[in-house]
Design a protein. Structure first.
Length: 368
């Protein structure tokens, strides 16, 4: 779940609020032992929950945010106050709210509670289109129970003639499961899912994970044929498909978009994205394009102890975002001169300004 980018899921037109999405972590506890998770082989994991009284301190700020993702490095369903948190976010004219889940522990009662709370969207994490593949990668998950949970959601929605919550599948692509993606689309159609989001393994921490990633850090495209089949299958079944690049490309601002999005940990630490503040000791290990790095965690302040404006406008956070603003400005300048071939050539010869130091070794900066 943690590597997921949920900020792009909004189907509504922009509301022109200052912030697109805040990812608020309710818990770092998880019943699964996924092989692709940063928790795998982590020496120390800080498993805990956000106190609901602390969560309430965030509510006054949320009027300026379009979408709230109650998600971090854990399973949100484990938080005893999840339903209350959803109600608090919705409030009067509050932002859209949802989360991505492994589905572990969902039953008819909890599904009904979520629907009654008027949660806007829920993503379901898959790592295979067969029970053997999925359960062997997302250890302690249950493929068949996950399918049943989705069917239950859709049955209750249909009986009440409801459109919400909008359900989608999030599928992490690995070498072990990429050839099951076409099959997954067929299953999605059969169980009433009309949107499938394919994602890459971004935060790599061990050699198995590095060997399992399906993208390359070179210009050579990987798995091109299977991706063509996937696109054709999605068109045939009329399923909305979102898929990442499998080879690097120029992106001025990474998909996490720290210019309009941010992440808040269970302790209230404000970070530009979930990948920069995992619940393990700092520095943490990251394998980027087959090379190992050790990265310091990034927090620009604690929102439970100081105001958001103080954090957002402090010098270090402003300088961090400035790096992306300069990259964006340069990128727009380059492509605004597409009619002037000679000038375009000169502009392209000079690279985009450097991203922040902590982001240089993140696969998201390669558009992956």
């Amino acid at each position: 779940m943690k590597w997921l980018n949920y900020f792009r899921f909004s189907r509504q037109k922009p509301k022109h609020k200052p912030y697109s999405a805040w990812q608020i972590e309710l818990t770092t506890r998880c019943p699964l032992k996924c092989r692709m998770c940063i928790r795998d082989r982590a020496k120390e994991w800080h498993g805990n929950d956000m106190n609901i009284d602390n969560f309430k301190k965030l509510i006054p700020y949320l009027k300026d945010v379009e979408t709230i993702i109650l998600e971090g490095w854990g399973e949100s369903l484990l938080h005893k106050n999840l339903i209350e948190a959803i109600h608090l976010v919705k409030g009067e004219g509050g932002p859209r709210v949802g989360f991505v889940t492994s589905g572990k522990g969902l039953n008819e009662d909890s599904i009904t509670e979520l629907i009654n709370a008027k949660v806007d969207f829920i993503g379901f994490s898959f790592a295979g289109a067969t029970d053997w593949t999925h359960d062997s990668i997302r250890v302690n998950s249950d493929f068949k129970m996950l399918i049943d949970a989705i069917l239950s959601f859709n049955e209750i929605k249909a009986s009440r003639k409801l459109d919400a919550p909008r359900l989608h599948i999030v599928y992490l692509m690995l070498k072990e499961n990429i050839f099951e993606v076409p099959m997954l689309l067929g299953i999605s159609k059969a169980i009433g899912i009309e949107e499938v989001v394919l994602i890459n393994l971004i935060h790599v921490t061990n050699r198995w994970q590095d060997e399992q990633k399906v993208f390359t850090c070179t210009e050579k495209e990987s798995y091109e044929e299977v991706m063509k089949e996937v696109v054709m299958k999605a068109q045939e079944l009329k399923i909305k498909l979102r898929l990442p690049s499998l080879s690097p490309k120029d992106v001025p601002v990474c998909e996490e978009n720290p210019l309009r999005n941010l992440y808040i940990s269970i302790e209230g630490e404000v970070s530009p994205c979930v990948y920069l503040y995992p619940p393990i000791p700092s520095p943490f290990k990251r394998i980027f394009c087959e090379n190992e790095y050790h990265i310091e965690k990034v927090s620009f302040g604690n929102i439970f102890k100081e105001t958001f404006d103080t954090i957002w406008n402090n010098k270090k956070y402003s300088e961090f975002r400035k790096c992306f603003m300069l990259r964006k400005r340069r990128f727009e300048e380059i492509y605004s001169y597409h009619w002037d071939i000679e000038r375009l050539k000169r502009l392209r010869m000079s690279p985009l300004p450097e991203p922040p130091e902590h982001c240089k070794t993140c696969h998201k900066m390669l558009g992956l």
